[in-house]
Each structure stands twice: as structure tokens, then as C-alpha cells.
Design a protein around this ligand. Structure first.
Ligand code: HXC
Length: 258
């Protein structure tokens, strides 16, 4: 499909989705969010793609939902349209790993989009925040829920109530991002990590993603049972035989996703 607000490139089994509304710091209007969801779904269904990276520009991953688009909307408009209602579900349904490569601002819906990815690699220029309170609203796509699970209640309250920004170093300390790299190296690092994931068995990668995500939804005993059953089920795959044989024969594994 042809996109107008994002650029999609596929190379070496990695789909790169670049948010592309530079004049508005990649503000997330309904078109852009719809295109991101569609691009993710296409990548998920494309056999050539084994890992996905979402990124923005040097200045902004995304500065939040599009305030211009929202400013004139009434409660009836947003409620009846269920504004942004399907975005969470569509992104959570993606089975292949998704990495957010964040440089510059990731604010409001931008921070929430990054948190919807499986993990976040940040440039040292990254700034995260939930400044919706300054606009007379609150977060709408996970800023009060996912951020709290990432960084705990105290810091999440601080971010959501003051609207202050967190720099990359604080975000790494708080567990919001998995690693911080110099801005110039952001894409090299993110694509390199995605290529490493692409070398794994796709079955193991999808199962690992599924198991980690269950930890958000289940009590520990149920999560442990889910993990163990999925672990057991991997022994039905050729890739388990190949992975373990390759280790014992001291060679690289040739996974076939079977
Ligand atoms: C629409 C935006 C925008 C946004 C920036 N722009 N953020 N347009 N929606 N969220 C536009 C500006 O209007 C301006 O356009 C251009 O991008 C450059 O922005 P500046 O403000 O001039 O840049 P700068 O001074 O460098 O400040 C950067 C900034 C600031 C600190 C990121 O732009 C800012 O505070 N933006 C809003 C952040 C925010 O409140 N996000 C939360 C949105 S609510 P012109 O035409 O003037 O050049 C939200 C709800 C989520 O996200 C709900 C679920 C999805």
C-alpha cells in the first residue's frame, strides 16, 4: 500500500517504518497512526520480514497526538469515533518483534507508541514525557498504564502530573528503555539489533514475545505455567532439534521456522 505519512523500507529481513511528518515533529494524526498499523500488519504478514523497527527523525520520534486535529473535537466526536481506540489492539496483535528507535522528543502519544513496541533503544538526545496535563487532558494510549508498569507509580505520577520530560539517561535508569546510544549511532544500533533477532528461529522469537507479554496480564503462577507450556511446545519444532544439535556440533544453527 502507498503511504503518505510514513516511509517503509525492507532490507535484510528488517522492515523499517519511519514516521514522516517533519513539519509537525511527527505529530500523530489519525492518518499516520492508521498507516503505522497497516504497515505493521503488512510486515507481520510478509515472509521476508523477521523483525520491525519504528523510528522518527533526529529531532522527534513523535511529539504526541496531533493537537491541531484534536483541538476542535468535542466529547461526542472523540467518543463516537473512539479516537485512537483501535491502535492499541492492532499493534498488540503484531506477532513479530518490534523495536522503537527513539531520537529527540517522544511525548504523549509518541511516548505511548514507543512503549507499544517490544523494547526501546534511545539516542542520547531522546526526551520522553506525558505532557497531556498541560493541554487539559490526560494520556490516552497507555501513558498512565504502561508507563506505570515500566517505571513504577512514583515516577509515572511525577511524569503524568507535572508533564516534565525525562532524558535518555533517566529513562534507562528507570527501565523505560533497554539501551542508550550516541544519536549518530541510533539507526546502526537499532538495525543491527533487529538483524540479530532476524537470525533467530521466528518460532522462538514469536513465542518469547508472547511469553514476556503474558507477564503483563497474568499472576506469576499462571505466567510461569504459560511460559513452561510454551517452552515444552518448542520441543515439537525442527528448530529446537537444529538449535541444540548446532550447539553440540559447534556450528551456527540454520533455523527454518519449522
Ligand atoms: C501538532 C505539533 C505537535 C503536536 C509540535 N507540533 N508538536 N503539531 N501536534 N503534538 C508542531 C508545532 O505546532 C510547530 O508547527 C512544529 O511542530 C514545530 O514545533 P515547535 O513547538 O515550534 O518546536 P520546539 O519549539 O522545538 O518545541 C518542541 C516541543 C513542542 C517541545 C516538542 O513542539 C511541544 O511541546 N509539542 C507538543 C507536545 C505535546 O503536548 N504532546 C502531547 C500531545 S497530546 P508550526 O506550524 O508552528 O511550525 C497526546 C495525547 C495522546 O499526545 C493520546 C493518544 C494518542
Amino acid at each position: 500500500m502507498a503511504f503518505e505519512t510514513i516511509i517503509v523500507e525492507i532490507e535484510d529481513h528488517v522492515a523499517l517504518i519511519k514516521l514522516d511528518r517533519p513539519d509537525a515533529l511527527n505529530a500523530l494524526n489519525t492518518q499516520l497512526l492508521g498507516e503505522v498499523c497497516t504497515a505493521l500488519e503488512e510486515a507481520d504478514g510478509n515472509d521476508k520480514v523477521r523483525c520491525i523497527v519504528i523510528t522518527g527523525s533526529d529531532k522527534a520520534f513523535a511529539a504526541g497526538a496531533d493537537i491541531k486535529q484534536m483541538s476542535e473535537m468535542s466529547f461526542v466526536d472523540v467518543y463516537s469515533q473512539n479516537l485512537f481506540g483501535d491502535v492499541n489492539d492492532r499493534i498488540c496483535a503484531i506477532r513479530k518483534p518490534i523495536i522503537a528507535a527513539v531520537g529527540g522528543y517522544a511525548l504523549g502519544g509518541g511516548c505511548e507508541l514507543a512503549m507499544l513496541c517490544d523494547f526501546i533503544i534511545a539516542a542520547d538526545t531522546a526526551k520522553f514525557g506525558q505532557p497531556e496535563i498541560n493541554l487539559g487532558v490526560i494520556a490516552g494510549l497507555g501513558g498512565s498504564q504502561r508507563l506505570t508498569r515500566f517505571v513504577g507509580k512514583s515516577k509515572s505520577m511525577d511524569m503524568n502530573l507535572t508533564g516534565r520530560f525525562m532524558d535518555a539517561e533517566e529513562a534507562e535508569r528507570a527501565g523505560l528503555v533497554s539501551r542508550v546510544v550516541p544519536a549518530k549511532k541510533l539507526m546502526e544500533e537499532a538495525i543491527g539489533v533487529a538483524q540479530k533477532i532476524a537470525e533467530k528461529s521466528q518460532l522462538s522469537a514469536m513465542a518469547a514475545k508472547e511469553a514476556v507479554n503474558r507477564s503483563y496480564e497474568l499472576p506469576l503462577s499462571e505466567g510461569m505455567l504459560f511460559e513452561r507450556r510454551v517452552f515444552h511446545s518448542m520441543f515439537a519444532t525442527d528448530d529446537q532439534k537444529e538449535g541444540m544439535a548446532a550447539f553440540l556440533e559447534k556450528r551456527a544453527a540454520q533455523f527454518r521456522d519449522k
